[in-house]
Design a protein around this ligand. Sequence first.
Ligand code: NAI
Ligand code: MG
Length: 337
Amino acid sequence: KTYRATLIEGDGIGPEITDSTVRILEKLGAPFIWEKCAGGLGAIESNGVPLPEATLESISRTGLALKGPLTTPVGKGFKSVNVTLRQRFGLYANLRPTRTIIPGERFDHIDLVVVRENIEGLYAANEYYLPLGDDPRAIACGGGFNSREECARIIRFACDYAVANGRKKVTLVHKANILKIFSGLFLETGRDIAQEYDGKITIDERIVDACAMQLVTDPWQFDVIVTTNLFGDILSDLTAGLVGGLGMAPGANIGEKAAIFEAVHGSAPDIAGKNVANPLALLMAGGLMLAHVGRHDLKQRLDDAITRVVTTGGVRTRDLGGTSNTSEITTALLDAL
Ligand code: NAI
Ligand code: MG
């Protein structure tokens, strides 16, 4: 079985790492037929907008996309492309697995997953200023909302993911001690749902600030973390830092009708076009895309090849303390497969 999939190369290092990823996925025999579409800065030049209709139409049709990082132009009236995509396609779950690949670093044997609610919470805030005296912007107001339905959906997503992937524990991360309603609803919903998974997985809970500390002092106690939008944004960057940084952090944005796979990092303009970017984060996002269509066998082969190349093969890009460039690690991975 094959799957049509939208491919957005992205900006900055995007073309280099998507080229590497697509070649490696093809060598692996990944069942994707790519529809290459414009997005980001390149699309602003060719179409006048960062997200052309043709690209959105392709994603609606395929329901599956691999996306290189997109530069959001600052202060030019363009809304973040990533936020637009999440809202437009209802990509409510942001899945960020964090696994040690290179042993012997500051943190070893890390294997956890952060599941972040991706469309509500504080990022659904309608922000505005209130004036006071002479100052028209004296008070900044935010807000946002968490719905019971969405809390339930993201918590069930995390629990089902845990069951399907042989994980044992799901930790509800919240701040219900202070935000008794805003965060309390999430915790209350999680406690109710916990009963549905009785005997299958353990569900426990942490207050977010304590969780941040424990992720540094004893990250091994965590398995799957599920949390609301802002907390998940922050904690998942923290967990990326446990395993070698942004070059090793893949992410999936998953909805009921579409899923978009990407690296957690951005377009890295400082190293763009120099053939030094680490393609592994995007490649591992390709691995998540394989698992999403049920090809766990191919994902496993890919993960094994990556592990071999960076450990026994000793092929590492500069961000991992190595000396290899993008082409060299790509060739090593193609050979390993
Ligand atoms: P960034 O993630 O692009 O870069 C941060 C640092 O990490 C830089 O020093 C960069 O060289 C390094 N780095 C990132 N990815 C790397 C890789 N694969 N290999 C080696 N080194 C890597 O973050 P920054 O500079 O804040 O953002 C640059 C642009 O990317 C901005 O326009 C931002 O809006 C956009 N962005 C896009 C995202 C997306 O499309 N999902 C996510 C984050 C930022
Ligand atoms: Mg973030």
